[in-house]
Ligand binder design. Sequence first.
Ligand code: URP
Ligand code: ZN
Ligand code: ZN
Length: 460
Amino acid sequence: MPLLIKNGEIVTADSRARADIYCEGETITRIGHGLEAPPGSQVVDAAGKYVFPGFIDPHVHITLPFMGTLAKDTYETGSRAALIGGTTTLIEMCCPARSEDTLGGFEHWMAQAAGRSACDFTFHMGATRFDGATESQLREIVRRGISSFKVFLAYKGAFGIDDTELYRTLRLARELGVVVTAHCENETLVLERQNELIAAGKTGPGMHYESRPPQVEAEGVHHLMTFAELTGASTYIVHLSCREALAEALAARMRGVRVDIETLIQYLVLDKTYAERPGFEGAKFVMSPPLRDASNQPVLWAGLRDGTIQTVATDHAPFDFEGQKRMGESDFTKIPNGIPSLEERINLLYTLGVQAGRIDLQTMVNAASTRVAKIFDLFPRKGAIQPGSDADLVVFDPAHRGVISAKTQHMNVDYSAFEGWKTEGRPSVVTVRGEIAAREGRFVGDPSRGRFLRRTPSRA
Ligand code: URP
Ligand code: ZN
Ligand code: ZN
């Protein structure tokens, strides 16, 4: 059924205008004033509301076997939570363990999503090992529609690769035109510091930060940048958290290294004092890299404003407080890392970014949608409002006032890191390729509408 969205203010990364949007089938076909829809069309009155391109989360974990447990969301729960929060495309980290076959991992992750996702999805393919077999499997995975890899410089023994593997992965990526996303922390420094802290009886969640101070992340970034410089590969630093790491990335960019930078909503709005909360409460806020000193937040917001930081993701990694985070009650190194936030990214960016005067609306759209689509070969199919683009649209009501709570969230996890926080604005209507999927905080769509998005590498 055709869909007409009338009277909204369309906000894209490079324009703002009041107009109607007409969608036929899965795509936007017309944008203009006073558009009419044939009888039987679905009409949404967006007067007083913004209309954004569907948001894209460039870094989520839905299927994640990690630290002896499994992340809680499935595609059924995760994609619905994403849509209610305005995210219409997920890019998941496909992370087979180092001991596992890469192609087998890709097929496993695909099987978790195919037919079970309400929103569209694709993957960054984890290169968690590199040998002859892995190389030919990575080539095959690129032929199947993947245009980005993921490497971990952290998590020794689990996902982390050594320098030979890193060099060869980047060389292959350069040859194939694939962008390499990277978790940058020096795994040796992390391990040594963890062992020292535990031996000294410093076992609480607040010690997680001490095991991974800013220098550990900055060294990881510096390390990746050296390898990127020598191979010529295009890189993307995931979850950058602090000024020291940013300085390394920007110094490399000044030398001509090809690097884009992602930060997370958590680093923009939470700080290390949350992980220092008394008792074991701080475990809810343990993630890697750790939450930083609050003085980093203005640096990250400024990076978004001036375009030195390209994207805002969630690194959604949902582990329950009871039963999962508690695994690390007597040893912080055993607390599953991650702060769930898939559902809240856009509402928090709007409330604490746009409404608080830290970024403007178009910077928000760019960092959470358009720029992501451009970096990861999805533009203009995604990230745009123009004829021919997929009709993924977010009608956003700036007048809504809400309160975040684990009791009302749709992510399948037993706590919220933002419990009791007040939000301003929320997605009112969210569409996936021309069909309404969410309305006023409720999922109303087709639970299996999501499709795998084939991408073609573009980093020649
Ligand atoms: O703490 C985090 N970030 N958990 C998810 C795994 C990762 O490093 O991205
Ligand atoms: Zn990571
Ligand atoms: Zn991650």
